[in-house]
Ligand binder design. Structure first.
Ligand SMILES: *Cc1c(COP(=O)(O)O)cnc(C)c1O
Length: 340
């Protein structure tokens, strides 16, 4: 048995999800004739109170499409220095849209409305034109931290005052909604576009969806085609998404509880220096300076436990659907027993 805590993307479809996939009615989505894809898109659009939603093969493609829809070449996207669109999408913002990122030095991947205001370029011709503000909830590199919704509303005011688009990378928005008791409708009201992942906490094998207003989404399908993301009988994948929306949102609470218990144990262990406050399913921690990171990861691996390093001495564990109660007990006992 391998206990894989490297990411919440390592899950395999449950029996119920596989059955839903097997039973899916499908058609050619390029002709908009896949009934299950259409159902998933309608359902997500309705959940967020938006007119339009579009299925994507990855969260990166959904985010990259959003950036393309909101910007022209030479313009600038305002985001945090930890942002996934800046760090983990292979430079796509510059490659696909010809834009640069103005990075905000935030806290755990989050920033304030004042910082956004300061990051907006003046109107002089020699500046790059600021055109989009992008935030992430929960923050990935920020350790699964959740935004204060009041700050999001303040940023929205700044966006409106300066005619900036507002995009949410909601790869793990489901975790934030459960942790903070917030609703999809709240988010739909504030953002122009929202990407959500079905393949993280929700446990689907593939899939992200971009949700947005009619005007901005008008060309989304063309951009998806340009990026090579048009697909055919993907109702099999959309069926997994529909199943996850019905069955895998509320249970995120369990992942959060386990992550919290890992945090509590780690913060009492002598070989751990610090643990970042756990709010959802991501635990980021730092070892004492005399404990070698590679040795620690290898010792866990020898006990069939996989975790990853995040750079600058930080290590990460992510809880998920396939991380069971017995795996959890086992992990805690191994962590307790390690000596350095
Ligand atoms: C995982 C993730 C994405 C999308 O990643 P893909 O692997 O392209 O699906 C986007 N943003 C954040 C914050 C993520 O964690």
């Amino acid at each position: 048995m391998i206990i894989d805590l490297r990411s919440d993307t390592v899950t395999k479809p449950t029996k119920g999800m596989l059955q839903a996939m097997m039973d899916a009615k499908v058609g050619d989505d390029v002709f908009s004739e896949d009934p299950t894809v259409n159902e998933l898109e309608d359902r997500l659009a309705n959940m967020f109170g938006k007119p339009k939603a579009l299925f994507f093969p990855s969260g990166s493609m959904a985010n990259q499409t959003a950036i393309k829809l909101h910007t022209n070449p030479g313009e600038q996207v305002i985001c945090d220095k930890y942002a996934h669109i800046y760090n983990y999408e292979a430079g796509g913002a510059s490659f696909n849209s010809g834009v640069s990122c103005k990075l905000i030095d935030g806290h755990r991947g989050m920033f304030t409305a004042n910082q956004v205001e300061e990051a907006i370029n003046p109107d002089a011709f020699y500046y790059s034109q600021s055109s989009l503000v992008e935030i992430e909830n929960t923050t990935n590199k920020g350790g699964g931290a959740c935004w204060d919704f009041k700050e999001i509303l303040k940023i929205k005011e700044i966006c409106d005052a300066h005619h900036l688009g507002f995009h949410l990378d909601g790869a793990r928005l489901w975790n934030a909604l459960v942790a903070k008791n917030e609703t999809t409708m709240q988010y739909g009201e504030v953002f122009d576009t929202i990407s959500v992942c079905l393949s993280k906490g929700l446990g689907c094998p593939v899939g992200s969806v971009l949700i947005g207003d009619t005007d901005i989404m008008k060309h989304a399908i063309r951009v998806r085609k340009i990026f090579g993301g048009n697909m055919r009988q993907i109702g099999y994948l959309a069926a997994a998404g529909l199943y996850a929306l019905d069955n895998h949102i509320d249970r995120l609470e369990e992942d959060h509880l386990k992550a919290k218990e890992i945090e509590q144990l780690l913060s009492n262990l002598t070989y751990i220096k610090t643990v970042e406050p756990v709010e959802t399913n991501i635990v980021i921690f730092e070892l004492n300076s005399d404990v070698n990171e590679k040795t620690f990861i290898q010792k866990l691996k020898d006990n069939n436990i996989l975790i990853i390093g995040m750079g600058s001495n930080k290590l990460r564990m992510v809880t998920h659907l396939d991380y069971t109660d017995s795996m959890h007990d086992y992990l805690l006992s191994i962590l307790r027993s390690l000596k350095f």
